[in-house]
Ligand binder design. Structure first.
Ligand code: TR5
Length: 144
């Protein structure tokens, strides 16, 4: 799966194989990710929206004029969507609401896309659940 990932996935990190290994290890161990440091502001980010439950910040490697990541501040085992359990229902719903707030703030309410990449075959590279909010250009379908 990792070699398939390195053929088809791109990341902001130069060493694709190291990135895939690190992501897989992180998923396996539940280790903190770069997003934890973004939440605590140890690592700076361009914040678009923040409240007590979520943080939305610009993707470092944007795939559209607007490309914002929306993440829960508390991970609670939610490394990826496939780990979701009933107790996560409230935060999962709130993440979608926060995506709408982001789209509104960015002026793209007329057309935007919300994406969750789950697992290596979907090119997930950071194992802290996140929504991609993409817009500001004509999106094409189907997504790759
Ligand atoms: O591939 P998935 O769906 O897991 O999405 C992870 C996203 O995180 C990618 O679109 C990356 O470009 C993005 N990313 C990775 C880092 C990063 C970031 N966005 C903002 N700031 C970042 N920092 C400081 N460091 C990263 N490694």
């Amino acid at each position: 799966i990792q070699s398939r990932r390195s053929l088809f996935c791109t990341t902001a990190i130069n060493d694709e194989e190291a990135s895939a290994r690190a992501a897989a290890a992180s998923a396996e161990s539940g280790a903190p990710t770069i997003f934890d440091k973004i939440i605590t502001k140890e690592i700076p980010s361009s914040i678009v929206y923040e409240d007590d439950k979520v943080l939305a910040f610009r993707d470092i490697n944007p795939q559209a004029p607007v490309h914002v990541l929306v993440i829960p501040k508390i991970r609670d085992g939610l490394t990826q969507l496939s780990k979701a359990e009933a107790r996560h229902g409230e935060i999962l719903g709130y993440l979608l609401y926060a995506a709408k707030i982001v789209a509104e703030k960015e002026g793209i309410l007329d057309g935007f896309r919300v994406v969750i990449n789950n697992g290596p075959s979907a090119c997930q590279s950071v194992y802290h659940l996140h929504l991609h909010v993409l817009g500001g250009r004509q999106m094409t379908w189907p997504a790759g």
